[in-house]
Design a protein around this ligand. Sequence first.
Ligand code: DC
Length: 232
Amino acid sequence: MSAQNNVAVITIDGPSGAGKGTISRIVAKKLGYHYLDSGALYRLLGLASKRHNVKLTSVSCLATLAEHMDVSFKTSGQGDLTIHLEGENVTRELRTEETGALASQVAGFPQVRAALLKRQRSFAQPPGLVADGRDMGTAIFPDAPVKLYLTASAEERGARRYKELLAKGENVSLPALVEQVRSRDERDINREASPLRAAEDAIQIDTSAMSIQEVTDEVLNLLSLKGFVPHP
Ligand code: DC
């Protein structure tokens, strides 16, 4: 199987809110594979730059920070993932809209993307990896044997985020969230460095009208046709 360091890598790319994170975690668990949340690395960099007062225009400082920031991903016995920056659990703070916007800005610099390349590839360890992001299939793991690209309409993705935030008790506006989804997409699609796009050999799935269970079933089906069997 040709892949990074002979480790089987499944890439799952797409815009935010398309269901990549949820599906990637489920698939990784089913196969007994490692999981790379590459968006979290950009979010961590956004947060680290804020904490260290690094300006979003100081590209070389951002790249140095990207290369050296002290981050760790820890999975509990129950399978819950927590993310740490300089020893502090920042899992919640990473998910805020503010951190997402910072991440989207730092992700636009080619020097930052280059500085995070090795770190991302180092996640490819036996028995395999599910890599979730924007450029997993195009730039980080171009030889991955299976590439998926999940999409959904901006309205649906905004509505999913709305439900998620309402459930957390946050006071949010649906039209504002849809607008945020659109402007994040625009930045991710139109940037010069590794813009968001499907790899030519990616299988595309529009999840707008699908439940998580339906997407999971379809992805697992596809994977089993390609010889990936669930972990016993
Ligand atoms: O998937 P996410 O929402 O956690 O990603 C946060 C931001 O990071 C998103 O706006 C785009 C950027 N990103 C990226 O440029 N490349 C990746 N592989 C993952 C995320």
